[in-house]
Design a protein around this ligand. Structure first.
Ligand SMILES: [Zn+2]
Ligand SMILES: [Zn+2]
Length: 273
């Protein structure tokens, strides 16, 4: 199906259109051989709450962004290389239905589709694209390190490491970049270099720190990549404010913007094959 679209004018138009919608906030998307396979709105679980995001499935990448005007304007573009993407089912839980994990080295997360059928379609299409891509490139999956899905803030009243420390305005929540738990500052005082996520050592919990340290010593790797947060303010200052760029423009809790409502209204996965 995808083969038929590779050099088609319709495909070129659609790819160009996606690029236009992101405008200067996005990367050029029209690369030779790239096909837009499908698109639709999925609800993405961010650090604070669930938000609709426009997703575009290309034959080599999954692209998503915030919806400013549905079908017209998007920003905050993220591009995930499909060869690094893995999917994992998430079971229905109360109101949270039709979800799955999108696991990748940079930042894994959970998305929800509007219906079970749509979930099935999305997952099948993504998996097919990943498979085709890996076959085509003749590579087995790269053994890069996947990032954890972050536990949403609302799910932790207490530190998930020491279970004693209670969160408040002064005792802020932090996420371990290796396992994704929410923990207090002292339980995440260590830093470790996770090259897939950052060029600098980043926040990890004490359990992960120990695990990573012992792995490193087993592999006879020097500990030059680890450090204590206390010594270097540059590493810790303001770091968590950029934890989840999706929250950069906060809306009041419970408030749904017009764009978001429109998006929810017309959320269905649309495939081009
Ligand atoms: Zn703690
Ligand atoms: Zn951890």
């Amino acid at each position: 199906m995808v083969d038929r679209l590779v050099n088609s004018e319709a495909n070129a138009r659609r790819v160009h259109n996606v690029e236009q919608c992101f405008g200067s906030s996005g990367q050029p998307l029209g690369i030779p051989g790239r096909v837009l396979v499908g698109e639709g709105v999925l609800t993405k679980i961010c650090r604070k709450r669930a938000k609709p995001r426009q997703f575009f499935l290309f034959n080599d990448a999954l692209v998503y962004g915030n919806i400013i005007i549905h079908k017209k304007k998007y920003n905050k573009q993220h591009i995930l290389a499909l060869e690094d993407v893995k999917l994992e089912n998430v079971n229905d839980d109360g109101n949270l239905r039709n979800g799955w994990k999108i696991i990748n080295p940079k930042k894994s997360f959970v998305v929800y589709a509007a219906t079970a059928t749509e979930k099935k379609e999305w997952m099948a299409h993504i998996r097919k694209c990943v498979e085709d891509l890996l076959t085509q490139r003749g590579v087995s999956r790269s053994c890069s390190t996947d990032s954890p899905v972050w536990v949403p803030d609302s799910e932790a009243k207490n530190c998930m490491h020491c279970s004693k420390s209670e969160f408040s305005m002064v005792n802020r929540r932090h996420h371990c970049r290796h396992c994704g738990i929410v923990a207090c500052n002292s339980c995440t005082s260590k830093r470790w270099l996770l090259p897939e996520q950052s060029t600098k050592p980043i926040r990890v919990c004490l359990t992960c720190y120990q695990k990573l340290s012992s792995q490193a010593s087993q592999n006879n790797v020097t500990r030059k990549y680890s450090m204590n947060a206390g010594g270097d303010d540059r590493v810790s200052s303001g770091e968590d404010s950029s934890d989840d760029e999706d929250d950069a423009t906060p809306a009041k809790q419970g408030e749904t913007s017009e764009a978001e409502q429109l998006a929810i209204h017309d959320a269905h996965f649309h495939s081009y094959d």
